[in-house]
Design a protein around this ligand. Structure first.
Ligand SMILES: Nc1ncnc2c1ncn2[C@@H]1O[C@H](COP(=O)(O)OP(=O)(O)OP(=O)(O)O)[C@@H](O)[C@H]1O
Ligand SMILES: Nc1ncnc2c1ncn2[C@@H]1O[C@H](COP(=O)(O)OP(=O)(O)OP(=O)(O)O)[C@@H](O)[C@H]1O
Lengths: 229, 229
């Protein structure tokens, strides 16, 4: 079982420590703010108050023995940089560090951080993707050349079968699954909207209005299919 | 073409405005800080300096005519709340608002924000997911009951074909694609590692060490396959 340490329990660090604990992972949570340590002690295996730029204090807390360390310190740029260097000298295999500015991120990478996270910037990009492609729910890059997307069934595809549409030969994309909205009744007899998913559909499976297709193909073929009305 | 406004160009707001502009979308970028407006004017269709709690100034800037407004103001809790209310009174269809605390988020939702974003918290959870499943590169919930994952090829599957392994009938999951590392030579003759992807493999396609499988199936079947050594 991998051991984790989270240093700096701001909004990002606390979220990491909570998510790890919820998944049953042992987490050592560290901050110099007593109030934050108290909150973390309610869910983390161990929560310790210390100044993480103090190498001896980190050693005494057992930080050198962890497999993964997450540094959730952003605005305190000096602390984030000094702590990342100490963790690297402890030879911790995976060091994830949050950064507040790009320059700070460059320093962290040069010091040996395995991955640098810019939470606001990355969320800004993700939220925007979801805003401009209302019909494309998930747009997942499986590799530099291939993408998996979910699209609303184009109008021209309604009331036709996969075989009739010859999607694979005509558009060079694979229909991996069909998602269809259905009315479901829960155990209290209340009706609601659920979703059935049909994996690897057969040629005689038909498409209806409101279906969603999960498609896999090369990037340019996927872009072409997305434009079909 | 949908019209967008981004109000508050902090790390999150600036990222939204930049991502939209890169995708060719017309963006009206607003902030009360002249320096931020100057940066945004280099990529946004329009960038205006104003205090967004001033309703008249927002009207003069044309904000009531947009389809989507993103409020990227977090720490200034009062501004974020007042501005969200003004946007709702303009009857803007989609209002996305960032929040710094959960209580602020609750107020924004009650005032009519279509979606509230907590960038640090949501990124904390996403990063953690990727940390605790090292073998699972992408774990995508396609629906409440079905998941798509990428897994390393289990040892027992190496040097065997898809047909011999009878993965679909034995494990009830569909092999959507195989990803294989290959040596690629770039135009300068330098060799590097690339990745080929084979969509919808045939029964006589074989698996080798280092391959990755993209699998689709019901959640419990996927969990079972993940445990195969
Ligand atoms: N030297 C240090 N040792 C231990 N904890 C520290 C140290 N420096 C900062 N911290 C803690 O790290 C946390 C986050 O720090 P900081 O304010 O720099 O980041 P932030 O980017 O504002 O965080 P977030 O946006 O995730 O809330 C705070 O709880 C702070 O107490
Ligand atoms: N009333 C207002 N009108 C226009 N702009 C505003 C107003 N209040 C704040 N801003 C701008 O919004 C931006 C972000 O504000 P704030 O500092 O509250 O959020 P933040 O959570 O720290 O942002 P981030 O973490 O994304 O950098 C700043 O650039 C600020 O100038």
């Amino acid at each position: 079982m991998k051991q984790f340490a989270v240093i700096g329990l701001g909004r990002f660090g606390m979220s990491v420590a909570q998510t790890l604990s919820k998944k049953g992972v042992q987490v050592l949570a560290i901050d110099m703010d007593e109030k934050k340590v108290k909150i973390a002690s309610e869910f983390a295996a161990r929560a310790i108050e210390l100044d993480a730029t103090d190498e001896t204090a980190l050693r005494d807390a057992g930080v050198p023995d962890v497999d993964v360390a997450v540094v959730g310190i952003g605005r305190n740029i000096a602390s984030s940089i000094l702590i990342t260097l100490i963790l690297k000298e402890f030879e911790i295999k995976t060091i994830i560090a949050k950064a507040f500015t790009s320059l700070q991120g460059k320093v962290l990478t040069k010091l040996g951080a395995s991955r640098v996270i810019y939470p606001e910037r990355e969320m800004g990009a993700k939220v925007t993707e979801s805003l401009i492609k209302p019909g494309i729910f998930e747009h997942i890059k499986l590799s530099p050349t291939h993408t998996l997307v979910e699209v609303d069934v184009p109008k021209n595809f309604e009331e036709k079968t996969i075989g009739e549409l010859a999607i694979r030969s005509k558009y060079r994309v694979q229909v991996v699954a069909i998602k269809r909205k259905v009315t479901k009744v829960d155990k209290n007899g209340k009706a609601g909207i659920g979703e059935n998913i049909l994996i690897a559909p057969m040629p005689d499976d038909g498409l209806i209005k409101g279906d969603r297709l999960v498609l896999l193909g090369q990037n340019e073929d996927i872009e072409r299919v997305k434009k079909i009305k």
